[in-house]
Design a protein around this ligand. Structure first.
Ligand SMILES: Cc1ncc(COP(=O)(O)O)c(C=O)c1O
Length: 384
């Protein structure tokens, strides 16, 4: 036991930003109904895939006319599929304020070589979403997982836009309100807010995206794994559970179990309230201390899932080494796992606050953050 250490430890120290903590009631035995060793095209497999789609729709309030597909390769697979299938019909606007958004910019500008206006902001800041040209196709990330900055609302996206909005919402879905009428394409992975497995991505297409798919063929070839149309028509089966290739039925079962738990805590509003309470516990903690702050500069853009923090104490000589040491102390005590800032992000900590995390665990972890910070300051002074 470390000197002056708090007495209470979090029951679950898993605060990773992905794969995220599994539902609090998780046990492997809950997956015993999985349709294992059976074809995913058999009745039981198809029913489970269809249930995953329709229960997602019900929980997230996705309009009936929107298509929801289970696609390969997690959120990245879903975003890539959308960009490679839809972009190129008109100029694009690429928006990024952290690492993953920047990755989509690279794809569009360097790989697809599409004429694009690129708008970026520094970590902690956000691009002015009201200043974009929505007659171009706009690709953006709703919640920047590596900067802890999110889009506060979709109000600035015009209803009568000419282009498509393509939104990577992987660390927002199930924790933040998504305005479906403003989002033509939305993607997420099971591994994030619901603490599922990473194998598959969800691709949600509004009517305008479907219209684009059926009226436009990209100039480049598309591998089978990306193909959403056949003979100029949408392959409807993909959006009814007839996946392009074989899915993991274990991961599907796990997702169904997570959706079931999500309903038990009050559905979307219950999940949002849980994430809000978790994030608030950290924000309140920061407010009462002069050595730690949110990376997000505008409180309206602070994420309630990926809460990113920076150390602001002037005594800190090497911010990256300091943050790393604090993280290591927390990890060594088994009180906070995987809370280091993302490798491309500014030095600091990132604590996942999505709905599968219990507020009591955040509250039990925070005194350890106090402890680790002071231990590290003392160690730094002793070494000087
Ligand atoms: C905003 C964002 N986009 C994309 C990804 C990649 O997700 P996956 O590894 O599930 O494909 C992540 C993962 O953390 C993310 O946070």
């Amino acid at each position: 036991m470390a000197d002056n250490a708090p007495v209470t430890r979090p029951a679950n120290p898993r605060f990773s930003s992905g794969p995220c903590a599994k539902i609090p009631t998780f046990e492997l035995s809950k997956l015993s109904d999985a349709a294992l060793g059976r074809s995913h095209r058999a009745k039981i497999g198809k029913e489970k895939l269809k249930a995953a789609i329709e229960e997602t729709r019900a929980l997230l309030g996705i309009p009936a006319e929107y298509r929801i597909g289970i696609v390969p390769a997690s959120d990245t697979g879903a975003v890539e599929m959308a960009m490679w299938s839809l972009l190129g019909a008109r100029p694009a606007t690429m928006v990024a304020w952290e690492s993953f958004g920047a990755g989509w910019v690279t794809d569009v500008v360097k790989q697809l070589k599409i004429e694009a206006e690129v708008r970026t902001a520094e970590y902690g800041e956000i691009v002015d979403m009201a200043a974009l040209d929505y007659d171009t196709d706009v690709v953006f990330t709703w919640n920047g997982t590596t900067s802890g900055v999110r889009v506060p609302s979709g109000d600035v996206i015009p209803a009568d836009r000419g282009g498509l909005t393509i939104c990577d919402a992987t660390s927002a879905a199930f924790a933040q309100d998504l305005p479906w009428d403003k989002l033509d394409v939305t993607t997420f992975s099971w591994q994030k807010v619901l603490g599922g497995e990473a194998a598959h991505g969800m691709l949600i297409l509004g009517p305008r995206a479907v219209e684009r798919l059926e009226s436009y063929t990209p100039a480049w070839p598309l591998p089978k794994i990306f193909r959403l149309t056949k003979g100029g028509k949408l392959i409807e089966g993909i959006f009814e559970g007839a996946t392009i290739n074989t899915p993991s039925m274990l991961a599907v079962e796990d997702y169904l179990v997570a959706l079931d738990w999500a309903r038990s805590v009050g559905g979307l509003s219950g999940l949002m309230a849980r994430a809000d309470a978790n994030a608030k516990a950290i924000w309140d903690f920061c407010e009462r201390r002069d050595w730690i702050d949110n990376l997000a500069t505008d409180p309206a853009t602070r994420s309630n899932t990926s809460v990113c923090l920076k150390f602001t104490d002037p005594r800190i000589a090497d911010p990256a080494a300091f943050a790393k040491s604090v993280q290591k102390r927390l990890e060594a005590e088994g009180v906070a796992l995987d809370v280091g800032a993302y490798r491309d992000a500014p030095a600091g900590l990132r604590i996942w606050c999505g709905g599968t995390v219990e507020t009591s665990d955040i509250e039990a972890m925070l005194p350890w953050l106090d402890w680790a910070f002071h231990a590290e300051i003392d160690a730094q002074a002793a070494a000087a």
